[in-house]
Ligand binder design. Structure first.
Ligand code: TMP
Ligand code: ASP
Length: 253
């Protein structure tokens, strides 16, 4: 079988050429990184869980009219997506103070914010994805004012959807990050939710106990990341079968 063409390899996912023009195959790896890849590990089954969870969230978003890059899940680790031009910004929505915001402002993690706050980081690993004001985004041409308004509207719709879905299974959506891509249709462009939505890119706390069910478990060494993500998938009813192989293949000499 011909080897397919790798288009891009990131920290947690690899993109391959898709079967038709304008499509890509997004492969979810088991690699986990934090603090700009200073901390790294392989968490068996993470890619399978994130593939399923991202499918679940992207499909739900499409059902309420929020456009995404997602087309269909192909198998345990891969999904077919539309090729989009990724805007080089991480769009972060926060409902409660946590992580870098809590640190920057000296707030206790879990402090409820007066309203959802949308912020942008410039996607650049060498610089550690610095927080940037909207002024920079316009001035450096990363996005137009119209794009920014559309991105904020999109991010807030994702926030309402994700908050509701999570609340329904006893989980508080503390914050999340999305990436947004441009899809061209003749002279027109449309902004769509791209990349992934998974516990890698959200903060999710159990409503009752405050237990963390997201990548902070890995960042802060709080226990088993697979158990946390499996808990989220089980509550949502999207628990995949055979996340980890029962027996590992062994080499026979
Ligand atoms: P932060 O509090 O560290 O700025 O993170 C805000 C949200 O963005 C949180 O839900 C985790 C997510 N996030 C990513 O998805 N990727 C990243 O590289 C970082 C730093 C955060
Ligand atoms: N995605 C980021 C990295 O590797 C960090 C994070 O999610 O905390 O480095």
């Amino acid at each position: 079988m011909a080897r397919r063409k790798k288009i891009y390899e990131g920290k947690a996912k690899t993109l391959y050429e898709g079967p038709e023009p304008g499509t890509l195959v997004q492969y979810f790896k088991d690699d986990a990184t934090a603090f700009n890849a200073e901390k790294r590990d392989v968490i068996e089954g993470k890619g399978v869980l994130n593939n399923r969870l991202s499918e679940y969230f992207m499909t739900g978003l499409a059902q309420i009219g929020v456009p995404t890059h997602f087309l269909k899940r192909l198998n345990m680790r891969e999904q077919l997506i539309r090729a989009v031009e990724i805007i080089p910004l991480e769009v972060i929505v926060r409902n409660y103070a946590a992580g870098s915001m809590a640190k920057r402002l000296g707030l206790d993690e879990g402090t409820v914010l007066p309203r959802p706050i949308v912020e942008f980081s410039y996607k650049n690993d060498d610089l550690g994805d610095p927080l940037v004001p909207e002024e920079y985004i316009i001035a450096f041409g990363w996005a137009s004012q119209q794009d920014l308004d559309d991105m904020v509207a999109l991010a807030l719709r994702v926030n309402d959807f994700m908050s509701g879905v999570m609340y329904g299974v006893g989980i508080k959506l503390i914050d999340f990050k999305i990436e947004i891509g441009r899809l061209y249709d003749g002279d027109f462009q449309r902004l769509v939710v791209a990349d992934e939505i998974s516990p890698d890119s959200c903060r999710l706390w159990d409503i009752e106990t405050g237990e963390k069910l997201d990548k902070d478990v890995f960042r802060r060494d709080l226990g088993s990341l697979t158990d946390a993500y499996t808990e989220v998938a089980t509550r949502l009813g999207v628990m995949p079968q055979n996340v980890t192989p029962v027996t590992k293949p062994t080499l026979i000499n």
